[in-house]
Design a protein around this ligand. Structure first.
Ligand code: UT7
Length: 330
């Protein structure tokens, strides 16, 4: 295969659990209320998997929709990348489980853990692989089962997180085609290592690990993450624009990681974008980590807000501390 100059997202797919957990539900579990949660975060409700649901099934559902929407068959997919920091098991990888559910034969599959920036990392892998000519079609899915790791007695975290999956098929752009992935920039800053953590849940009194006394739940320093996020989002957006020789004014639509409406509003202000140029669904889904950007992008496309020719800026940040941004000509 001749290597294409540019890759593009051929199609998207979304999957969410049916079960909804509202702010009012949470107020019966911890000392909180709808007014506090909504005013501080923008969230009203989030989707939570039932005990008998599996992350791999949710992710496979999003993948099938993306592949069908691209007019392809599962057999046309050459590589599967699952972006998740909440796999239900460490081995096999979530990707190998999804690969099996999709019936991908012996096609390669692996997980990427960059927490909420996961989809940005997965997209860069797909873009590079397609442009190198290594694979023609790469399926990237951001999928999270955060409810398996949330401490529902901790009001500082349980109000934020939800489950979901968003998938994208990345393939070659046609020769001379304007549409495609223009630029991706990733980063990680280990000084933020301790701001969001999950100890693995390996049980047993004999466990030997420096983390053995920490409960196996999401632990977060919300205030510090907030400060980190505001800085990282602004910087990575400016840098990805510079890398692509584009300016803030040229961005038509912002597709941000849905972590907190105040962080999203800050990023929009920096780009000088009015509210109608920012896609927000945090009110309904909360923070779905690596699933958040593909779910938001899918919504932007399926509702007709992201139209051919528009320049979309995707931006994410999260545990690690990781961050990333991507510019796409749709
Ligand atoms: O994808 C990346 C993942 N994480 C994030 O993006 C998180 C970024 N951070 C945030 O979104 C915000 O820091 C939070 C929403 C988590 C918290 O908002 P905040 O404005 O930073 O609140 P705070 O932690 O500074 O707490 C303010 C007050 C405290 O009470 P006192 O000490 O002022 O009396 C908290 O105890 O609010 C209290 N509080 C709550 N009250 C009602 C904290 N959580 C709650 C709650 N309900 N759920």
């Amino acid at each position: 295969m001749t290597a294409p100059k540019r890759s593009r997202i051929l199609a998207l797919g979304a999957a969410l659990p049916d079960q909804t957990l509202t702010n009012d539900d949470l107020s019966k579990m911890v000392d909180t209320n709808d007014e506090w949660i909504h005013s501080r975060t923008g969230i009203r409700e989030r989707r939570i998997m039932r005990e008998d649901e599996k992350l791999s099934t949710l992710a496979a559902d999003a993948c099938r929709k993306a592949v069908a929407s691209a007019g392809l068959a599962i057999g046309d997919i050459d590589l599967l990348v699952v972006c998740t920091y909440t796999p239900e098991r460490l081995c096999p990888s979530a990707a190998c489980e999804v690969q099996g559910e999709l019936g991908m034969g012996t096609k390669p599959a692996f997980d990427v853990n960059a927490a909420c920036s996961g989809f940005m990392y997965g997209l860069q892998i797909a873009d590079s692989m397609v442009r190198a000519g290594t694979y023609r079609h790469v399926l990237v899915v951001g999928a999270e089962a955060q409810s398996r790791y949330v401490d529902y007695t901790d009001r500082g975290t349980c109000i934020l997180f939800g489950d979901g999956a968003g998938a994208a098929v990345v393939g070659p752009a046609a020769e001379g085609e304007e549409a495609g992935i223009l630029s991706i920039l990733l980063g990680a800053d280990a000084t933020g290592n301790e701001l969001i953590t999950i100890r693995n849940s390996c049980p047993g009194p004999g466990m030997k690990s420096p983390y053995k006394d920490i409960p196996p739940y999401i632990r977060m320093n919300g205030r510090e993450v907030y400060k980190f996020a505001v800085r990282a989002v602004g910087e990575v957006l400016d840098n990805v624009l510079a890398q692509a020789n584009l300016t803030r004014e040229q961005v038509d639509l912002l597709i941000p990681h849905q972590a907190n409406i105040r962080i999203i509003d800050g990023a929009a202000d920096r780009l000088g974008l009015e509210k109608d140029r920012v896609v927000v669904n945090i009110e309904r889904y909360g923070n779905t980590a690596a699933a958040s950007i593909p779910l938001t992008l899918e919504e932007a496309v399926s509702t007709g807000r992201l139209k051919p020719g528009m320049l979309a800026a995707l931006v994410g940040f999260g545990g690690g501390f990781t961050f990333g941004a991507c510019l796409i000509r749709w």
